[in-house]
Design a protein around this ligand. Structure first.
Ligand code: GAP
Length: 511
């Protein structure tokens, strides 16, 4: 438990999320699901440029964690699975949040969130008993009507559904609350599909569902969201045998926060991953490797390093399956919170599924000639949360005489388009020439969009707002010498480029 930012301070910076949420709605990037019917709390739809940004983030992850490697098997698992999976994983029993009801107006809240809001504290990892005590000691009342609150109770986050026409417990099923378990249940198939045994991973991108008591902060906490998860299986005798760990990983400096520092309210300390390993702050080389990989990936999407830190879970905060977990946290307008996590799940899941299914889920150690249950390192990302983080980090305003304009400084890796294509005027064959340039760039595999509406300044502003890095203008010189102007979003600098070199220069980021 530690002090967070004061309420007043948070109100000021919260303007940033209000601005990003406003932009997302105004430009139809992310909209409330089924809004025409009043929406559904915790459900959002990604549209247009928003859908493009989300897909780019997923593709970047896929490129780095799956197709760019030779030790990861991709998979696409079902959302609904045999409910025995959730009994074995522990989700039916322990995937709970602390709920509290108002005795007067009957509204339901998440007790830990109420305490955090009332006392400006972070209560990550605090037990139910302690939360209850804090509620009573601080006389926390219903934020809606001021009524008295009942005792805290556990609320299971699993979404129930049923399979087929049957009734009762025979037909009972659940939407998956994480993609991970479908991977564990498929361990044998993944092992068979891969070219070699551990160390190897199985990865998937897919929907997860959690019946959150209080979805909040836009797409930060939703009831339906997308996870990008990798379960990486390692021989427990070789947790420190990590050929992938390079000098770059060891030298990477990350602000690290241990439970002891967190408890004392100390700030995170910039530490090289190699030093954290030597001091056993990070327990094993494979854990250090995956933590560094994830931080590098997040930074490669343009998120500024100074807004990130890695926090190690305390013993009381650790999930039932984990021996060590690091959250990569972002400094959100409402304080440092989990962006993603890297857990050491040990052999918990494989052993559980083995015990419940009666099937052996092991690999074979050729050197020692024995079977073993691999241990699992799990880098787990939520896509929507990562997209929101990227938008918050990239949002900027440029103040001009006519008022301020928004510039979304997105990395070209995640930007919704490579470029906008504009004719200076619609007349004199400029529009036709611009259409030809658009067609040629699309044929070269680039995402571009033609726009001839309004002044050039307005067209630049529309592209800046949604983070398109380049704008290409076809003018009268184009007709005589086949060159165009290319304007950079962040510097507003313009250069002339030959049409024949345009695609290659855009791709190389050198236009
Ligand atoms: N398999 C491990 C697992 O699911 P988690 O910390 O519960 O771990 C992993 O979730 C990531 O999924 C989080 O770091 C976050 O990015 C995302 N996530 C979790 N709950 C979410 C929610 N309700 N809405 C949006 N994203 C969520």
């Amino acid at each position: 438990m530690h002090m967070a930012k004061g309420k007043e301070e948070r109100k000021g910076v919260d303007e940033l999320s209000a601005k990003v949420i406003n932009l997302a709605g105004r430009r139809f990037l992310i909209v409330p699901n089924s809004e025409i019917y009043g929406g559904a709390a915790g459900f959002y739809d990604f549209v247009g440029y928003g859908a493009r940004i989300k897909r780019n983030v997923e593709n970047a992850w896929w490129g780095r964690f799956v197709s760019g490697r030779d030790d990861v098997v991709p998979m696409e698992g079902s959302i609904i699975t045999n409910p025995k999976v959730w009994r074995a994983s522990g989700h039916l029993e322990s995937f709970n949040d602390p709920a509290i009801d108002c005795a007067k107006c009957k509204s339901r809240f998440r007790a830990d969130h109420l305490i955090e809001e009332e006392l400006s504290l972070s209560v990550d990892g605090v037990t139910m008993e302690r939360l209850e005590k804090m509620m009573r000691e601080n006389k926390i009342a219903c934020p809606k009507c001021g009524g008295a609150l009942n005792l805290i109770k556990t609320f299971n986050l699993m979404f129930k559904t049923s399979i087929g026409a049957g009734e009762g417990s025979d037909a009972e099923a659940y939407l998956r609350p994480e993609t991970a378990q479908v991977i564990f249940a498929n361990f044998k198939a993944g092992l068979g599909a891969g070219r070699a045994g551990p160390p190897f991973g199985i990865a998937q991108v897919g929907k997860a569902f959690r019946n959150e008591i209080s979805p909040r902060n836009f797409v930060f906490r939703m009831r339906e969201f997308t996870q990008m998860e990798l379960e990486y299986f390692v021989n427990p005798a070789k947790l420190d045998d990590c050929p992938s760990l390079s000098e770059a990983h060891l030298k990477l400096e990350i602000p690290l926060l241990t439970p002891e520092m967190h408890e004392k309210g100390q700030p995170a300390k910039k530490t090289a991953v190699g030093d954290a390993l030597s001091h056993k702050t990070i327990g094993t080389k494979w854990h250090a490797y995956w933590l560094a990989e994830c931080v590098m990936f997040i930074q490669s999407l343009g998120v500024r390093p100074e807004n990130l830190r890695a926090r190690k879970h305390s013993a009381s905060e650790l999930s039932h399956y984990s021996s060590e977990t690091w959250d990569v946290e972002y400094n959100y307008p409402w304080g440092f919170r989990e962006l993603m996590g890297v857990a050491n799940r040990t052999d918990f899941d494989l052993r559980q599924h083995s015990a419940h299914s009666g099937k052996e889920l092991t690999a074979f150690d050729e050197e020692r000639k024995l079977k073993y249950a691999p241990h699992v390192f799990e880098p787990s990302f939520g896509v929507e949360r990562l997209v929101f983080t990227i938008l918050l980090d990239a949002y900027s305003e440029s103040v001009q005489k006519e008022g301020s304009t928004v510039i979304l400084k997105l990395s070209p890796k995640v930007a919704p388009l490579h470029a906008g294509v504009f004719p200076l005027m619609k007349k004199d064959g400029l529009a036709q020439k611009a259409r030809e340039v658009e067609k040629a760039l699309k044929a070269a595999g680039l995402d571009v969009e033609y726009d001839d509406a309004g002044s050039i300044g307005k067209r630049y502003a529309r592209m800046d707002e949604v983070g398109v890095p380049l704008c290409i203008t076809i003018d009268y010189d184009t007709l005589s010498n086949d060159t165009v102007t290319v304007r950079d979003r962040d510097t507003a600098a313009q250069v002339r480029v030959k049409i024949s070199e345009l695609a290659q220069k855009i791709r190389a980021g050198s236009a």
